[in-house]
Design a protein. Structure first.
Lengths: 213, 89
């Protein structure tokens, strides 16, 4: 699926994105402890879910590089991790993360509505098993709504930080578009990953500006 | 013109922001914070209690001074506010 020169390098790209996602989750959790507003906790949970998904991708990339890993448990049981289950778990976490951000952005306070939306994640993942295009299509639609919110936020505040966040989600949105075509060629996968990396670099830039304010 | 009601944190931040520039007398702080006499007194009492602000007696009279703790609190508030605004929360 990936290009030869990109093999093993994508592991470092994912690791970088993982660190950024964790920093955002941590900062949002800190904001929650100060403000006591639940939406900040949900936002933190969203990025924790995304971080968990990216971590799973790091594990998945590790399996791609080293095929299979057996871990003996207490010397008696050997547990073989199936790379495809790890990948499905990754997709579930990232999709759940995006859905949580959507719930926060749209001020969805009704628990039943929020739960119904979150249940879309496992249903999508089940449908997307062996048809990963479905997962990326759902992500594309979802991230387009997220981008719309952050675009509105930028137009409302007109600050550099809101612009950076908006551009980050724009990059992630375009990356999801490229991922739709990765079954036909390896180049969309590479371009998609570069764009997603660019998105997380923009997040990092915004976080640095926020912290040094 | 619609009346914009500030929450407690915003009012405290406005007071600390005014004191960050220079030490101020009560009346100057009254104009800067846009509060009534009694309300400003309440907020200042709380800030003094939490050691975010200090009362100094000078030749010109009583002035209020932002402590190191107050400066740190205000910096943290600005970071939190900027994070919330940047992510549209």
């Amino acid at each position: 699926m990936t290009l030869d020169f990109y093999t093993n390098f994508d592991l470092w790209v994912e690791a970088f994105s993982l660190i950024i996602a964790l920093v955002i989750a941590g900062f949002s959790a800190r904001v929650f402890f100060i403000t006591k507003q639940k939406r900040h906790l949900i936002f933190s949970t969203a990025f924790l879910a995304i971080a968990a998904g990216i971590f799973s991708r790091v594990v998945f990339d590790y399996f791609i590089a080293f095929e299979q890993l057996s871990i003996p448990l207490k010397g008696f049981i050997a547990l073989s991790f199936r790379a495809d289950l790890v990948f499905l778990f990754s997709m579930l976490c990232i999709l759940t993360g995006y859905l949580l951000i959507f719930i926060v952005n749209e001020y969805i306070n009704h628990v039943k509505v929020a739960l119904m939306l979150l249940l879309l994640a496992p249903i999508t993942i089940l449908a997307a098993h062996y048809f990963y295009i479905i997962y990326h299509l759902v992500n594309l639609v979802l991230v387009s709504f997220l981008f719309s919110h952050f675009n509105f936020n930028y137009r409302k505040h007109r600050t550099t930080n809101t612009l950076l966040i908006m551009l980050a989600f724009a990059a992630i949105l375009i990356s999801e578009f490229f991922f739709l075509f990765m079954t036909f060629s390896s180049w969309p996968y590479f371009v998609g990953n570069v764009l997603r990396l660019a998105g997380f670099i923009l997040f990092l830039a915004a976080l640095i500006r926020i912290y040094t304010k | 013109m619609p009346v914009v009601r500030r929450d407690k944190m915003t009012i405290i931040a406005d007071i600390l922001a005014a004191l960050q520039v220079k030490n101020l007398k009560f009346t100057h702080l009254l104009y800067k914070s846009n509060l009534s006499h009694n309300r400003l007194k309440q907020y200042l009492d709380e800030l003094l209690f939490r050691a975010l602000v200090q009362e100094l007696t000078t030749k010109e009279g009583k002035r209020y001074h932002l402590t190191d703790e107050g400066a740190r609190f205000y910096a943290e508030y600005r970071r939190v506010n900027e994070f919330v605004k940047s992510f549209g929360l």
